[in-house]
Design a protein. Structure first.
Length: 227
């Protein structure tokens, strides 16, 4: 049986852009999922996700990476901002900075990222066009724990999305985004319920070790939580 928290899991979301995944997290938390977004931090001062957070009355912080001389000083300021929120979990959602091994070591098994591809394929950027160029029949989304390796941490779960004949990068991206919005909240809920663990790069859910690709899930037609 999962351990029930005495209070909601405190979540900080790191963003850098539009913030659609942030909005999905905000909406799903409002529907009763067991986490509370206590802060949003952006490395870009004009990120629209900041407006989303403010509309939801969530505290925001800007740590503009362009205002720092080097990575170490930027990450030092970011670390301080995160610690001020005292989170249980840190989520990357469009945060376009690679975190160093030293930074990640401050939050072992406490950072999750969502990536628009079926990892370990297509790490990095422009995944939708790369899938089309390769003529793959399926695409998708992965949620993984963050390590110092770009998009290389242990995978928690994936949802596959078919590539359709009429797809261009924008059409494919839009369908993958639907899967992103659903999957991220599911994984966060598992963590918040103390069901999801990562120990020495081994991921378990309800005490059962997951395979190298994590859980393979299907996007439901309606709303709901995967049990």
């Amino acid at each position: 049986m999962p351990i029930v928290r005495t209070s909601l899991c405190r979540v900080v979301v790191l963003i850098g852009g539009n913030g659609s995944n942030l909005q999905a997290l905000i909406d799903n938390a409002a529907k009763g999922l067991p986490f509370h977004i206590v802060g949003v931090i952006s490395h870009r001062p004009n990120a629209y996700g900041l407006a989303r957070a403010k509309k939801a009355h969530i505290a925001t912080t800007i740590i503009d990476h362009k205002q720092f001389a080097d990575v170490a000083s930027f990450e030092g300021a970011l670390l301080t901002a995160i610690e001020n929120y005292a989170p249980d979990l840190i989520l990357l959602a469009g945060f376009m900075r690679v975190l160093s091994a030293d930074f990640v070591s401050h939050f072992p098994a406490q950072i999750l990222n969502i990536h628009p591809a079926l990892l370990p394929k297509y790490k990095g950027l422009h995944t939708h066009q790369r899938v089309l160029d390769a003529k793959d029949q399926e695409h998708g989304v992965s949620v993984h724990f963050v390590t110092h390796e770009l998009d290389g941490g242990p995978i928690v779960a994936q949802v596959k999305v078919p590539v359709l004949p009429q797809d261009d990068a924008d059409l494919l991206a839009a369908r993958v985004l639907v899967a992103e919005h659903w999957l991220y909240s599911q994984v966060v809920a598992w963590f918040a319920q103390n069901r999801l663990k990562c120990d020495e790069n081994v991921v378990t859910l309800d005490g059962k070790r997951l395979g190298s690709l994590g859980l393979q899930l299907s996007l439901p037609t309606g709303q709901g939580i995967v049990s």
